[in-house]
Ligand binder design. Structure first.
Ligand SMILES: Nc1ncnc2c1ncn2[C@@H]1O[C@H](COP(=O)(O)OP(=O)(O)OP(=O)(O)O)[C@@H](O)[C@H]1O
Ligand SMILES: [Mg+2]
Length: 1110
């Protein structure tokens, strides 16, 4: 819940009764008791309806803090406990919100707290109104005008240490928002007599003391002043200091305030010079001079002081001195100068001092007004704050008190008029039922004082203007004559029997029974003070001053503007200004603060019942309460009321078409407000109880919230819809743009992909073509290269050959050269040592060669030409030599081997060679025969005597003789025969039967030889058909030496016929036996069946030879 919604009331936590309207029973006693009770609980404020009663606490209370300001801000008057802030807030808000000019009337006697109250109101308004640099400056200037005016216009009196000695009315101006724009201050009659004389126990105006205490030595010197108060006649000594106040500090505050308000430094200086001059004037003394023509004359006693004043104010000393000694009276064209006696001189001096000071004060007010005046000509709202000197009764009351009290009387009158009388009259006017309340109307007293024909003031003026001797006594006499019958006037001479016996009245006095009490006035000085005369010589002297401020203060001293008319008297001036003020106040909405003083001791916590009771009475507070109780708390014209609350009812909202009064009636009925709570006047509605009003206000506030919400709702709806539409159209635009962008991007991507694919394919194709082209190129290059290599090889071969040739030639040349060289060297060696190197080299080479050859000798391989081994080459440079040596060695071994052969052996080898040509790789028996030497005649026919007969039978040389087996065709079994071979024939002889040649066949008749491929010794010799030998048929023989037999047979046949015998090597061949041809077939058998081959007859036509397998 926000602070604004907290429902509080004046009635909450109330001490006594906060609003006297609620006091029960209503009597003076209970009234005072209530005030006292509240005062004792530090509740110094109490209401009577909207009037605030304030009791001076004479001490600082913690109720003016910024928090408090916030608490009372924008709250209803009756919502919180009574406070001056509530009144200030009410006034400010009705000024701001209802456009009503306000005035705050603060009344009460001297020391009751009016000035403080006015300051509190001002500070509250300053705190709650608008903010900002400009506004703050205005506020600050308005607030700071107070210390300046208080310093110059306030003084310590017996009643109040800071008593206002002038009346002040300040209009604060606001713009339509409630921000302050500026202000106007009006001042009323400064009590200037105080400048020259103060009653006992009182002080002169604060500024004198502040200047002397607070000014720097330097400044004092400039102003020709001394700090000591006792040096100045115008300063009373008995109470020169005020307890709890530091004048020096105050002086600084004042100077600072002057600066803030806008005083220039030279202006401040001028003001202080004038203050100093006034002080010093008091020190001028006069002495009587010799009488000439029986006229008293006076002279200034101590001219030093006069001189200093003149220096300070820039006046010629003689001029001022003369002005103190003479008085010039001008009448029509005549100018009469008279001398002044001592008393007159003093009078003139004091008059000058008073005038100087009061004119300075008026100038100050005007100067402040210049600073704080609003800078705009626009219409302004105004809040006036009236803080006038309070009603006062001193031991000796003079013209000033008379004026002051008159002013208070007028204020009381306006209070009565506006509250009591006006209230009652309004009820009558509005035709509201009303029970009359008796109250004291002080207009009779006002009349006594201000009546234009026989009022006291009018009579005083008359006396002042009257020719002839006029004294205060003649004035009193006149009063006695005219006012004697007045019930509020008393004097010794008054005819009122009621006061005849009153001996307390001195002779030179009159007494007025003011609304606030009886005051006894001494007539002494009334005429003079009313006249307020300043001798023209003095004003002229001032005008002549070489000091701009003084000159401007005394325009009447200008001889060119001599006004022979008398200036208006002080009384009539004051009366006129009070009348203007009253008129002004009547146009504004009044707010009352009635200040009450609790005691005469200026002490806190003391509540003197009698003193308060007296004030309550003369302030008419009881009547005030009664009137409030009898009547209605609130009234308002119908149209204003309807305008304000019409939103609370359906019929009246938003427009009421009929009479305003009817509208209000409908409204109040609709709101179900009890009928006795209000009354219908002629033009206004009267509401009895403030609480009814508050409830109306509360409802209005809530309704306004609702209306504001409605407006907000509609506005927000409109705004959101507009925003939505904008967003929608924006979205469409954005989407369109986005789609375009997306499609663009997609297209670009596709395009780039296509390009990429294309480029890859093109690349691939290009590479393929490139590869082909490269291949072709390489082929061409290869052909070229092969050609080149071929040509190269050819060329190199040719080159090599040529080189070899060249080298050979060169070698021959070189060898020749070397040889020559060697020879020469040998020849010359003994002469040249220089060739040692070459010799060593040659030696080394020789040594290496020697070693090489020796090693080679040791490692020589065997002499066999078949031995292919050869030692390794030890040095590279010997490569060709090494190879050459090997070749030579091989050729040599071969030569050696060949050298061993005899012719006989040669023939044997030739036979062996032939055997090899015939049988190698054809006949399995051949390898075993290679190592057996062919002996030929194994039987040694020609030596062995056994074959003597056979030998004799054969004429030719026997080439071969051995025993063979002749195979029988019938059984395949062999029969031993001697086989003989000569150059021309072969023969078979019987071995046993005595060497008989059984068959002899010339080699020319032998056609072919057949044998097997195997390791057997069977062979068939075939004979040419038709020959003698052929009759017996072919021979099938078996011999171990088949190889030798066939070889020799073949040689012999070749030698004889030059034709080769056909040799058939096969495992199946035909043999011609007589007429039959028998097939000989060789089969291989396992080795078990003996080592010898055996022949078996299989049938007529087949002989089977079984050969053991090897
Ligand atoms: N609300 C307050 N809180 C504390 N002290 C206060 C209050 N009101 C007045 N006083 C004290 O009382 C003194 C007199 O008050 P103030 O000057 O306002 O009286 P006044 O009514 O203006 O008298 P006068 O008519 O002489 O100017 C003040 O100097 C101050 O010390
Ligand atoms: Mg005051």
């Amino acid at each position: 819940m926000s602070k604004m919604e907290v429902k509080t009331s004046l009635l909450d936590n109330m001490i006594g009764v906060g609003d006297m309207v609620l006091l029960e029973p209503l009597a003076e006693e209970s009234f005072i008791k209530n005030l006292r009770k509240r005062f004792d609980h530090n509740e110094i404020y109490t209401y009577i309806g909207s009037v605030v009663i304030s009791i001076n606490p004479y001490r600082a209370l913690p109720i003016y803090t910024p928090d408090k300001v916030e608490e009372y801000r924008n709250r209803n008057f009756y919502e919180l406990s009574p406070h001056i802030y509530a009144l200030a807030d009410e006034a400010y808000r009705s000024l701001r919100d209802q456009d009503k000019d306000q005035c705050i009337l603060i009344t009460g006697e001297s020391g009751a707290g009016k000035t403080e109250a006015s300051k509190l109101v001002m500070s509250y308004v300053a705190a709650v109104c608008g903010k900002g640099a400009e506004v703050n400056q205005v506020k600050e200037q308005l607030l700071q005008s107070n210390p300046v005016l208080e310093a110059f216009g306030n003084a310590k009196t017996v009643r109040n240490d800071n008593s206002s000695r002038f009346g002040k009315y300040m209009d604060v101006e606001f713009d339509f928002k409630g921000d302050p724009l500026g202000g106007v201050i009006s001042n009323y009659l400064l009590e200037k007599s105080r400048v020259v004389k103060q009653p006992r126990g009182e002080r002169n105006f604060h500024i004198f003391y502040q200047l002397l205490s607070g000014a720097s030595e330097d400044m004092l010197k400039k102003l020709k002043l001394e700090r000591d108060f006792s040096k100045y006649n115008y300063l009373s000594l008995d109470s020169a200091t005020v307890t709890g106040v530091d004048d020096a500090v105050c002086f600084r505050t004042v100077k600072n305030a002057m600066q803030i308000v806008g005083f220039m430094d030279n202006e401040t200086q001028s003001v202080l010079e004038l203050v100093g001059a006034v002080l010093k004037l008091g020190n001028i003394e006069f002495k009587p001079e010799s009488r000439v023509n029986e006229v008293d004359e006076s002279r200034v006693k101590d001219k030093n002081e006069l001189k200093e004043i003149c220096e300070l104010l820039g006046i010629e000393q003689s001029v001022l001195e003369r002005a103190f000694s003479f008085r010039t009276v001008e009448a029509k064209q005549e100018k009469v100068s008279t001398t002044l006696n001592v008393a007159q001189a003093y009078y003139a001096r004091d008059a000058l001092a008073k005038n100087l000071y009061s004119r300075l004060f008026t100038w100050l007010v005007n100067r402040i007004n210049e600073s704080i005046k609003a800078q705009t000509k626009k219409r302004k709202k105004v809040m006036g704050v009236l803080d006038i000197y309070g009603f006062e009764i001193f031991e000796e009351n003079s013209f000033e008190q008379f004026i002051i009290n008159y002013c208070n009387e007028k204020l009381q009158q306006i209070f009565i008029e506006l509250t009591l009388k006006e209230e009652q009259e309004e009820y009558i006017r509005e035709d509201i039922e009303w029970t009359h309340i008796e109250y004291f109307n002080n207009s009779v007293i006002c009349d006594l004082i201000e009546n234009n024909t026989n009022g006291i003031m009018a009579m005083l003026d008359e006396e002042c203007l009257r020719p002839g001797t006029v004294t205060d006594s003649t004035f009193l006499e006149k009063l006695n004559q005219i006012c004697a019958d007045h019930q509020h006037f008393e004097s010794r001479m008054s005819k009122s029997s009621k006061f005849l016996n009153d001996h307390s009245l001195p002779h030179n006095c009159f007494r007025i029974q003011h609304y606030a009490g009886k005051v006894l006035y001494h007539v002494d000085g009334f005429v003079d003070k009313n006249n307020d005369l300043l001798y023209r010589d003095l004003s002229q002297a001032m005008w002549k001053a070489n000091h701009s401020l003084i000159k401007s203060l005394f325009p009447d001293g200008n001889p060119a503007k001599i006004n022979l008319k008398r200036p208006p008297t002080a009384g009539s001036q004051f009366k006129a200004s009070v009348a203007t003020l009253m008129k002004n106040l009547q146009t504004k909405n009044p707010n009352y603060i009635r200040c009450i003083k609790p005691n005469d001791q200026k002490a806190s916590h003391i509540f003197t019942d009698s003193l308060v009771c007296h004030q309550v009475r003369y302030l008419g507070l009881m009547e005030n309460v009664r009137v409030r109780r009898a009547g209605y708390a609130f009234r308002q014209p119908y149209d204003a009321c309807l305008e304000r609350y019409k939103m609370l009812c359906k019929q009246t909202w938003p427009h009421w078409r009929g009479q305003a009064r009817d509208g209000v009636e409908v409204l109040l009925k609709d709101l179900q407000i009890p009928e006795d709570e209000y009354s219908y006047g002629r033009s206004k509605i009267f509401i009895r109880n403030p609480r009814t009003l508050f409830s109306l206000e509360e409802q209005r506030k809530r309704r306004l919230h609702g209306l504001a919400t409605l407006i907000q709702k509609i506005y927000r709806g409109w705004k959101t819809r507009t925003h939505f539409l904008l967003m929608k159209s924006s979205q469409v635009t954005v989407a369109a743009w986005y789609r375009r962008y997306a499609q663009q991007t997609k297209y670009k991507k596709t395009k780039s992909s296509a390009i990429m694919v294309q480029s890859f394919i093109r690349g691939w194709k290009a590479r393929k073509i490139l590869r082909d082209l490269k291949y072709q190129k390489r082929c061409k290059e290869a052909v070229t290269t092969i050609g080149a290599y071929w040509h190269g090889t050819q060329a190199r071969r040719e080159l090599k050959r040529l080189k070899e040739e060249a080298r050979c030639k060169h070698a021959v040349a070189v060898i020749w050269a070397y040889w020559l060289g060697l020879k020469v060297r040998r020849e010359y060696r003994k002469f040249f040592r220089a060739h040692a190197g070459k010799r060593i080299y040659a030696f080394t080479i020789q040594r290496i060669m020697q070693k090489y050859f020796l090693e080679l000798k040791n490692k020589m391989p065997s002499m066999s030409p078949c031995d292919k081994t050869w030692p390794a080459r030890p040095y590279l440079f010997l490569d060709s030599t090494h190879r050459e040596l090997r070749r030579i060695f091989h050729l040599w071994t071969c030569k050696k081997y060949r050298g061993q052969f005899t012719d006989q052996k040669k023939a044997i080898y030739e036979e062996k060679l032939e055997a090899s040509e015939i049988f190698k790789d054809k006949k399995a028996l051949y390898p075993s025969s290679v190592s057996q030497p062919f002996q030929g005649d194994y039987l040694e026919i020609n030596k062995n005597p056994r074959y003597q007969k056979l030998n004799s039978l054969v004429e030719e040389k026997i080439i071969f003789a051995d025993i063979v087996n002749k195979i029988n065709r019938a059984n395949g079994k062999g029969a031993q025969r001697i086989f003989l071979l000569t150059k021309s024939k072969f023969m078979l002889a019987d071995q046993k039967s005595g060497q008989q040649i059984k068959s002899s066949v010339p080699l020319a008749e032998l056609t072919s030889v057949s044998m097997s491929t195997q390791s057997d010794g069977f062979f068939a010799l075939r004979v040419k058909e038709g020959t003698t030998a052929a009759a017996k048929g072919d021979f099938l023989l078996n011999s171990e030496r088949i190889i030798e037999i066939i070889t020799k047979l073949h040689r012999a046949g070749l030698d004889l016929t030059k034709e080769k015998i056909q040799i058939e090597i096969t495992d199946e061949f035909l043999v011609q036996f007589k007429q039959d041809k028998v097939c000989v077939k060789f089969i291989q058998n396992g080795p078990k069946n003996g080592t010898m081959a055996s022949c078996k007859r299989k049938n007529n036509r087949l002989l089977e030879v079984t050969v053991p397998s090897p």
